[in-house]
Design a protein around this ligand. Sequence first.
Ligand code: NAD
Length: 285
Amino acid sequence: MDIESIERVGVVGAGTMGNGIAQVCAANGYEVLMRDIEAEFVEKGMDAIDDSLGRFVSKERLSEEEAEETKERITGTTELDDLADCDLVIEAAVEKTEIKQEIFSDLEEITPRETVLATNTSTLSITTIASATEREGQVIGLHFMNPVPIMEGVEVVVGEKTSEETVEFAHAFAEDVGKTTWESDDKPGFVTNRILMPWINEGIRAFDEGVASKEDIDAGMELGTNVPMGPLTLADHIGLDICLDASETLHEELGDRYKPAYLLKRKVAAGDLGKKTGAGFYEYE
Ligand SMILES: NC(=O)c1ccc[n+]([C@@H]2O[C@H](COP(=O)([O-])OP(=O)(O)OC[C@H]3O[C@@H](n4cnc5c(N)ncnc54)[C@H](O)[C@@H]3O)[C@@H](O)[C@H]2O)c1
């Protein structure tokens, strides 16, 4: 598969990452089909795209016309079968191996043999997800960063059986939608989350153990180490459920140094998942 032959891109999941990926692909000229399991999630994803494009227009980084054309290239659906003639599908559903495997197995059945199947997983094994298909050479990790329309980087994650051609294609596609790539082997958390998640968990523990207020922990890391967001604010942006899923995978695979913070588990149990539910460590409008 080369990128010139890609016209339609399927995106599975219309949440934080799925709607961002759909927007970026459409903004770069691709027809996009974005699928979620319920109409209300699809609509929420479409609204998020609307808001994001509106912010680009108000900052004069996009014309009204370009924003309109981008929106017109995105179709929302609750039917996975609608992705049947996509040349590339990027999966951004929940971070659970069984769910991703089921999606990949269904995608293999409905899409043409040439279609590349990519996952946006944060930590799960590409090789394990690919094993649900007989197209393992064409399964790859395309790990976009949050928020997708703003962040420049995409991590290309290479599974045990991913072909060299698919790896080249993944880099070329990500670059075609305006991103810069790096590559990671299929090891837990890849480069980014292997290093980021313990940092976030340590921030949460420091707060829970009374080292400082949450504002001071974030300020200390922002002002003291020049990161754009402290660990508690960043966790809220990522989604606390996503942070917990990622931390649990790393803990299971890499041992106790990756144990999720107790307060992270408690927040998720309480349904305070961060920005997307209006409350996490901070409150959001
Ligand atoms: N949030 C981040 O910062 C971030 C960054 C990089 C990668 N990721 C990864 O991207 C993926 C999505 O994360 P998110 O933050 O967008 O989560 P999210 O909770 O915002 O959205 C997930 C969406 O997937 C939908 N979904 C669940 N099962 C589905 C199915 N079978 N078919 C279609 N849609 C389904 C849900 O209804 C929901 O709308 C996860 O694998 C996550 O680990 C997240």
